[in-house]
Design a protein around this ligand. Structure first.
Ligand SMILES: Nc1ncnc2c1ncn2[C@@H]1O[C@H](COP(=O)(O)OP(=O)(O)OP(=O)(O)O)[C@@H](O)[C@H]1O
Ligand SMILES: [Mg+2]
Length: 231
């Protein structure tokens, strides 16, 4: 089993589009690479909904004692989620339990040989971030933000946290934005690279896999290029 690159998709602010970006980006990348998705959002795992996975039981391969969890397979995208592993009480778990659950699902899943493992992070900057950055150690993180004042304030916190954890930031995906002077000044002032800009799209609201008519390769053209060029 080999994972060539692990990429966290993160934002301190909730609801800005991490899970949406993660599933769309995974789908776009899967056209040319082998991709896995780890839903590490203990408080509200969503990848099962986005990828329209109805069977939430995790499959166990008892012969593989090291990595018994078999990820779900959606058109060759391997998906595993804390939501499959944990009961509903998990949402009130404290830090150490949360950290060990994230670590466990990462380590015990037989991801196969994949090029990219995308980790859909929970909102915040707490224990989940420490676990992912210090135990899983992603190669880099992609930050997601909208242009709202509050989201930008939280983006700055995310940048600080990843900096202090020595996790490289590949760049920022701006979600729910349109061309504007505010966008121009944000891009000028940003200390990190702006990868792609995703517009508000009403279709996203109830959309589940397959995301056929979204032309995701063009939506994430710079992000995919940056990922592929990153050594
Ligand atoms: N560009 C967009 N246009 C329209 N709706 C969007 C867009 N991006 C995200 N959404 C919608 O906004 C909501 C929040 O998105 P999402 O769940 O991906 O955010 P999140 O950052 O993962 O949230 P959380 O912090 O709770 O995990 C969802 O209902 C999603 O469909
Ligand atoms: Mg989410």
């Amino acid at each position: 089993m080999t994972i060539k690159k692990t990429i966290a998709i993160a934002s301190a602010k909730g609801g800005v589009g991490k899970s949406t970006v993660c599933s769309y980006l995974a789908t776009a990348l899967s056209k040319s690479s082998k991709v896995g998705v780890l839903d590490a959002d203990i408080y509200g795992p969503n990848q099962d909904i986005l990828f329209d996975i109805n069977d939430k039981n995790i499959e166990l391969d008892k012969k593989n004692t090291k990595r018994p969890y078999t990820p779900k397979n959606v058109d060759n995208i391997s998906i595993n989620s804390l939501g499959f592993l944990l009961d509903k009480n998990a949402a009130i778990w404290r830090g150490p339990m949360l950290s060990s659950a994230i670590n466990q699902i990462y380590e015990k899943t037989n991801w196969g040989d994949i090029d990219y493992l995308l980790i859909d992070m929970p909102p915040g900057t707490g224990d989940a971030y420490l676990t992912v950055c210090q135990k899983i150690i992603p190669d880099y993180v992609i930050l997601v933000t909208t242009l709202s004042k509050l989201s930008i304030a939280d983006l700055k916190r995310s940048e600080q946290v990843f900096k202090s954890l020595n996790t490289e930031i590949l760049g920022i995906v701006l979600n729910n934005v349109h061309q504007s002077d505010q966008l121009k000044s944000f891009c000028l002032e940003s200390e990190n690279l702006i990868l792609d800009r995703v517009e508000f799209n009403e279709k996203f609201i109830d959309l589940v896999y397959p995301f056929d008519d979204l032309e995701l390769d063009t939506v994430f053209i710079n992000t995919i290029k940056a990922i592929k060029e990153h050594e």
